[in-house]
Design a binder for this molecule. Structure first.
Ligand SMILES: Cc1ncc(COP(=O)(O)O)c(C=O)c1O
Length: 425
């Protein structure tokens, strides 16, 4: 049931309108603003979930049509050579390298983040055979937790789960590898990748980073930070499409010494020699396991072209500004509505998403989605809002909070339809 607004609330809303004009001015002055036009954003949608699945790049559908109708449909198997299908993992890796601050030959696109994390963690552990511990975050993304446990069990190592705030102090001469998400999937906490990697190296350990929640929304400098290994997904802020293959980064100093556990035929030096025993391909090509996902890669290639000229320093600055604006607006306009900030208050320690805990978080997110404001929910009570700097306008932040105010003030979240849960939240 809609509630009548008090006079004070009307005054506040008028203030709100005044401030919206400021958002419009910020958009008009934003050098990244034109990049939004490179993506398909549905009408009447405020998309705050680019941290989960980025929007479709303009040109992706045409590229997929070309690959299916011509390359697959007409040219069939000849396209492996003629259309460069077989080179796609390295070609896309080269296209992605600048976005993560890597050299062109240090990145490959293949498989999923989970597979790549396992590959690189086992490879890294084998480079430190005499050390017994993996240092990892106590509440990292489940796939990362499960795979760290599996790798530890396989290679008889111990997992030390820590609060990442203590990372530097907890790395010791017994640490083989440290594994962290650069930006935490739930809180958005951004770790100091350079400092933690330096601390790992000072103790003779290796550093493996999961960049799933920062690649495409941060100013990454893997080589500058002297990172050993990294993985990340391409369907979030890099907008590669649902199920787009992930990437792996290996610092060039390991290109000959690294031994991978999943020795598939396409990681062989000469796959079409069909040799009886495995011989690793040079460099990151050995990380390939099986046949590349050509249809997915067609869309991802367009997505990477769409960000080829992006200034990542500006992207990072805009991420801090958008997230700060959202937090300020929620906290000033809904001070007593039960929202508890679950992300770092300091923008320098925060990625491009913001989480607020609320006891009716699930219903609130559903009510927002019904209004066309798409965020997501993480159990038990986290409302998560992503502000991909490539596609999000300052007015979107303003309007999203306006909708949130209506959802709360009109108690729209109480509609029973908003408590129905689907498999994917
Ligand atoms: C931080 C992090 N790591 C790993 C994954 C798993 O990625 P994939 O499903 O591509 O293996 C995700 C998925 O959302 C993630 O957020």
């Amino acid at each position: 049931m809609p509630v009548r607004r008090s006079r004070d609330e009307y005054v506040r809303l008028n203030m709100a309108r005044f401030h919206r004009a400021e958002c419009e001015q910020r958009d008009a002055a934003d050098p990244l603003a034109p990049i939004r036009d490179r993506f398909v954003i549905p009408a009447h949608v405020i998309y705050l979930d680019g941290n989960s699945l980025g929007p479709m790049p303009v040109g992706a559908a045409a590229a997929m049509t070309r690959v299916t109708e011509q390359e697959w449909g007409q040219r069939l198997i000849r396209s492996w050579n003629e259309s460069g299908w077989i080179d796609a993992p390295l070609r896309l890796g080269r296209a992605l390298a600048a976005a993560v601050g890597a050299r062109a030959d240090e990145v490959i696109v293949a498989d999923s983040t989970s597979i790549n994390l396992f590959q690189l963690l086992v490879a890294a552990l084998q480079l430190r055979p005499d050390r017994s511990t993996i240092v990892a975050a106590d509440d990292d993304f489940p796939s990362d937790r499960y795979l760290v446990d599996s790798a530890a069990a396989l290679l008889q190592r111990r997992v030390e789960r820590i609060d990442p705030a203590d990372a530097i102090a907890r790395i010791s001469r017994d640490t083989a590898v440290v594994v962290f998400s650069h930006v935490h999937y739930r809180s958005g906490l951004m770790l100091d990748m350079a400092a933690i990697t330096r601390a790992a190296h000072a103790q003779g350990a290796l550093a493996l980073w999961d960049l799933s929640h920062s690649a495409g929304a941060a100013n990454l400098d893997l080589d500058g930070a002297d990172v050993d290994f990294a993985v990340g997904c391409t369907y979030k802020y890099l907008n590669g499409g649902p199920g787009a293959p992930a990437f792996s980064f290996v610092h060039e100093r390991f290109h000959t010494s690294m031994a991978t556990p999943l020795t598939g035929w396409l990681g062989h030096d000469d796959p079409f020699a069909f040799e009886a025993t495995y011989r690793p391909a040079p460099g990151v090509r050995r990380l390939q396991v099986g046949t590349p996902h050509i249809l997915s890669m067609a869309a991802l290639e367009v997505a990477l072209e769409a960000v080829a000229d992006v200034d990542w320093g500006r992207v990072r600055a805009k991420a801090m500004a958008l997230t700060q604006l959202f937090i300020d607006l929620v906290e000033s306009r809904l001070p007593h509505a039960g929202f508890v900030l679950a992300s770092p208050a300091d923008p320098h320690r925060r990625g491009a998403h913001v989480s607020f805990d609320h006891r009716h978080g699930f219903e609130i997110i559903k009510a927002l989605i019904a209004r066309g404001v798409i965020g997501d929910f993480r159990v038990p009570n986290t409302c998560r809002f992503g502000f991909s700097p490539l596609i999000t306008r300052y007015v979107d932040v303003w309007d999203a909070v306006d909708h949130l105010v209506c959802v709360i003030e009109n108690e729209e979240w109480r509609d029973p339809a908003h408590s129905v849960r689907s498999f994917v939240t």
